[in-house]
Design a protein around this ligand. Structure first.
Ligand SMILES: [Zn+2]
Ligand SMILES: [Zn+2]
Ligand SMILES: [Zn+2]
Length: 165
């Protein structure tokens, strides 16, 4: 449906809600467009990771999959699939948490900025291409060749800031 690799524009592209049918379909379509197969296990791993929009470790994902399927799914198989998903922009790795989240925009590349709540563990997410590009530009000016941005802010989410709500 939507494949955009240019980060230079605000042209139409898809961002979907975690756990939605639309996101699962977009992830499937994007992986297929990369010449990879969408096997049943891969589909299940994506669904489990995307389920509630919260970060999940490979171990938790393997546990949930094992419970759902009634057979033991090895963590190593889950790691391999998560690596494939990360390499193909379907899943983002939250480096400081050693956890994974479904990418809500599998068809377009952004340097996602993650907002990590240190109280409840919720992780929000912003995309600001201008800011990210400026950071890469400054790095290049400093004679550094940037490959990947790891942008994580730690603090308090809206709910934890206003616990009376
Ligand atoms: Zn986008
Ligand atoms: Zn993003
Ligand atoms: Zn919170």
């Amino acid at each position: 449906m939507i494949v955009q690799t240019s980060s230079s524009s605000q042209r139409r592209h898809g961002h979907w809600a975690p756990g939605s049918r639309e996101l699962n379909a977009a992830a499937r379509q994007h992986l297929l467009s990369q010449g990879e197969q969408w096997t049943e296990l891969r589909a299940n791993v994506f669904e489990v990771v995307a389920q509630d929009g919260e970060p999940i470790s490979a171990y938790e994902a393997a546990d949930r999959l094992s419970r759902l399927s009634g057979r033991r799914i090895a963590v190593n198989s889950v790691y391999r699939i998560l690596d494939l998903f990360v390499a193909n922009n379907l899943v983002k790795r939250i480096e400081s948490r050693n956890a994974y989240m479904a990418n809500t925009h599998p068809g377009c590349l952004h340097d996602c900025i993650f907002l990590i709540c240190e109280s409840c563990g919720h992780i929000g997410h912003l995309d600001d291409d201008q800011l990210a590009q400026e950071m890469r530009r400054r790095a290049e000016l400093a004679n550094f060749a940037p490959r990947q941005a790891v942008l994580e802010l730690v603090g308090l989410c809206q709910n934890c800031r206003n616990p009376q709500n």
